[in-house]
Design a protein around this ligand. Structure first.
Ligand SMILES: N[C@@H](CCC(=O)N[C@@H](CS)C(=O)NCC(=O)O)C(=O)O
Length: 210
């Protein structure tokens, strides 16, 4: 058993963290939590995160066990611990945090809602889908404009890019065509070629969202 474990499934919020762990070269165990099978409500998972959501990171800090949920909190903790993928001070840090917050609070939730109304719901509603698709469009336009003459969302490759990538990789969930956002699509292709991203996106091995 390793000192660091990631409770996760094949979901975009989980894969933000598996990508970061791979980028940092951390040695970690993957603990699959199949959310389609309701395993997020197993008592052992609820004991770690009463919200019943993944990802959850569990690690050993000396003699103490530490537990953290919420993908954004986990990304911040581990990026800061290693002083990587988040500038320590200054305007570059401010901008990285700003883009991270946009991704955490708008890109992820709006994409998730669009996915609900495009695929998951048993009570389809065209107005609800249209509403959430418009919210995603607004974020996609913003990201596409930001990436007009730069390779990454903030100063350098950072936890803002890492947090955004798994959701952009699943752009079809929103029913939007990523090709309509050429700078965002080019960024997606660039990030997708990173070996750590390939490894992080393949976890948990064999897991699917079907
Ligand atoms: N704000 C949370 C959201 C986590 C979240 O919604 N996780 C989903 C998978 S992407 C989940 O666990 N869903 C199961 C459920 O809500 O029951 C984060 O960023 O970690």
């Amino acid at each position: 058993m390793k000192d660091l474990a990631l409770h996760m499934w094949a979901t975009p919020n989980s894969r933000r963290v598996s990508i970061l762990f791979e980028e940092l070269g951390l040695d970690f165990d993957v603990r699959p939590v199949n959310i389609r099978a309701g395993q997020q409500f197993d008592p052992a998972v609820l004991a770690l995160n009463p919200f019943g959501k993944v990802p959850i990171a569990v690690w050993q800090d000396g003699t103490k066990q530490r537990v953290l949920s919420e993908s954004g909190a986990i990304l911040l903790h581990f990026a800061e611990s290693d002083c990587r993928f988040l500038p320590a001070t200054g305007a570059d840090r401010d901008k990285t945090l700003m883009w991270l917050m946009i991704v955490l609070t708008a890109l992820g939730p709006h994409s998730s809602q669009a996915h609900h109304w495009s695929e998951l719901t048993t009570e389809p509603s065209e107005p609800a889908l249209a509403h959430h698709r418009e919210l995603v469009k607004r974020v996609y336009r913003l990201l596409n404009d930001q990436l007009k003459d730069r390779a990454y969302l903030a100063a350098d490759y950072s936890i803002a890019d890492i947090a955004a990538y798994p959701w952009i990789d699943l752009s079809h969930w929103t029913t939007l065509d990523i090709k309509d956002y050429p700078n965002l699509d080019a960024w997606r292709q660039n990030i997708s070629a990173r070996p750590a991203v390939v490894r992080g996106m393949a976890l948990p091995v064999g897991a699917t969202l079907d």
